[in-house]
Design a protein around this ligand. Structure first.
Ligand code: GAR
Length: 180
């Protein structure tokens, strides 16, 4: 059973759902994340865990892990989740938390990878799926695919092409993890 953490639009969550993967719970650090609506429309359990409602990150992460465990989650997918996770969360799902990121990691980690790659003038970029540790978009890489940057790319056009890769790569890797 899969739990998904989201902060934004949720197109990667949608790709997991479209692939027929067993997503049973979707959590966010933001009450207003659009991604939560995609899940609640399908009667999948949703909950938000805003940092301001807890004493610190560890307390928030413990509450989120408790909630996911109550829903039977064994594999956790970060699909556009824009907060770091503490060991209070990661220790609960050893080697079973994966993230998708719009660059060829370890190059360009962080929340603004697409803009930073365009500003740096890179000729190619891509998408990476990796196991999550306490760092920023760090941890062992599971899969990676490349795409060329075009002369007239804007952050929007480039991110759209990277997301096409993500929507293929992420369901494949998550499916493999669930089959272990
Ligand atoms: C995706 O491109 C994902 O790789 C990126 O956020 C986007 C979420 O889109 N994640 C990161 O940058 C993590 N550092 P979505 O909400 O439409 O799935």
């Amino acid at each position: 059973m899969i739990g998904v953490l989201v902060s934004g639009a949720g197109t990667n969550l949608q790709a997991l759902l479209d692939a027929g993967l067993p997503v049973v719970a979707v959590a966010s650090n933001r009450r207003d994340a659009k991604a939560l609506e995609r899940a609640s429309h399908l009667a999948i359990a949703t909950e938000s865990f805003e940092l301001g409602d807890y004493a610190d990150r560890a307390e928030r992460d413990t509450a989120m892990a408790d909630w996911l465990e109550r829903h039977g989650v064994r594999v956790v997918v970060l699909a556009g989740y824009m907060h770091l996770l503490t060991s209070a969360f990661l220790d609960r799902f050893p080697d079973a938390v994966v993230n998708v990121h719009p660059s060829l990691l370890p190059e360009f980690p962080g929340a603004h990878a697409v803009e930073e790659q365009l500003a740096a003038g890179v000729a190619e970029t891509g998408a990476t799926v990796h196991l999550v540790d306490e760092g920023v978009d760090s941890g062992p890489i599971l899969a990676q695919e490349r795409v060329a940057v075009l002369d007239d790319d804007t952050p929007e056009t480039l991110h759209a092409r990277i997301k096409e890769i993500e929507h293929r790569l992420l369901p494949r890797v998550v499916g493999e993890l669930c089959a272990r």
